[in-house]
Design a binder for this molecule. Structure first.
Ligand code: NAD
Length: 276
């Protein structure tokens, strides 16, 4: 069995549980993505800056699924923001991936001070109109960034991929997304592993007889988040996909959400401008 997909605001379907390849070395990514596809994942999240698009695409092609049975996401890096540079960066990513269309293209960071994300998204609109990408979205956008993007392009992104885990539950952004039919995709969904040994998580894991990682992934799924845990360890790749057959109670969901302390493991989207 698989988790049912989420319907995006453009009508496309995204698997609710996918696989992320941040920090997977280029020479390991073929084996890692192959293990994920073998485990049953049908959505893979990479980015130009991860420097592993080539091996990711090769693994997807080599695995041999019909193209429409795997959902592929990549991201435009900060240095490539701007209309023409976005079109060029997209071609380069597609060349590395070896695919003829992309399922989801994301602006990796808003870099608000650079003031280029509106032009960047206009290039995304063109790529979508040309059929080269099915869905367009953003990552690490704050509410003011989303408001400006929607006002100036007339298009609501389909996805905002943000840091989201039990210690950073993002209630304001999740509410805004719900009001605007933007899917919330959680990055570092396990807090990069730092939240797995929290006593609340381990207590609930005991109650439902599952692992801490499975409990946290289940929490995301029951909240409606798209979730893309990462591992290079085959047993954990399987473990993180084996989340059917149990449910968290409303009290358990609440107890996990109450771990929110607003603490980031990653960069602050207001100021992050690496690459520029
Ligand atoms: P994550 O929260 O998925 O944590 C991954 C780490 O948790 C692993 O390296 C391992 O140490 C540990 N882990 C995973 N499964 C485990 C298990 N079953 N048992 C014990 N430990 C386990 O962190 P992440 O990789 O940072 O985030 C997931 C994906 O999100 C990335 O691979 C990437 O695709 C995406 N991402 C996007 C952005 C962005 O700016 N858009 C930033 C960071 C990550």
């Amino acid at each position: 069995g698989v988790v049912p997909p989420i319907v995006l605001n453009d009508g496309s379907l995204i698997p609710q549980l996918g696989f992320g390849v941040f920090q997977v070395p280029a020479d390991q990514v073929f084996d890692t993505v192959t293990a994920a596809l073998n485990a049953g994942y049908r959505s893979i999240d990479t980015a130009a800056i991860y420097e592993n698009e080539e091996g990711t695409g090769r693994a997807i092609r080599h695995f041999g699924l019909p193209r429409d049975e795997v959902f592929v996401t990549t991201k435009l890096w900060n240095a490539d923001q701007g209309y023409d540079s976005t079109l060029r960066a997209f071609d380069a990513s597609m060349q590395r991936l070896g695919l003829d269309y992309l399922d989801l293209y994301l602006i990796h960071w808003p870099v608000p001070a650079a003031n280029r994300f509106v032009d960047t998204f206009r290039a995304f609109q063109r790529l979508k109109a040309d059929g080269r990408v099915r869905s367009i979205g953003v990552s690490n956008f704050r509410i003011p960034d989303l408001e400006r993007l929607i006002a100036e392009t007339g298009e609501t992104p389909s996805v905002n991929q943000i840091e989201l885990h039990p210690r950073l539950t993002q209630p304001e952004l999740r509410d805004y997304h719900a009001e605007h039919a933007i899917a919330t995709e959680a990055w570092s969904p396990l807090g990069q592993g730092t939240v797995l040994d929290d006593p609340v998580i381990t207590r609930i894991a005991g109650e439902v007889d599952r692992t801490p990682a499975q409990v946290i992934i289940r929490w995301h799924l029951q909240l409606g988040n798209v979730v893309i845990p990462k591992s290079v360890t085959p047993a954990r790749i399987l473990e993180n996909f084996d989340i059917l057959g149990f449910e968290l109670s409303a009290d358990q969901i609440q107890a996990i959400s109450a771990l929110n302390s607003g603490s980031r493991t990653g960069a602050d989207p207001e100021t992050f401008a690496f690459g520029l």
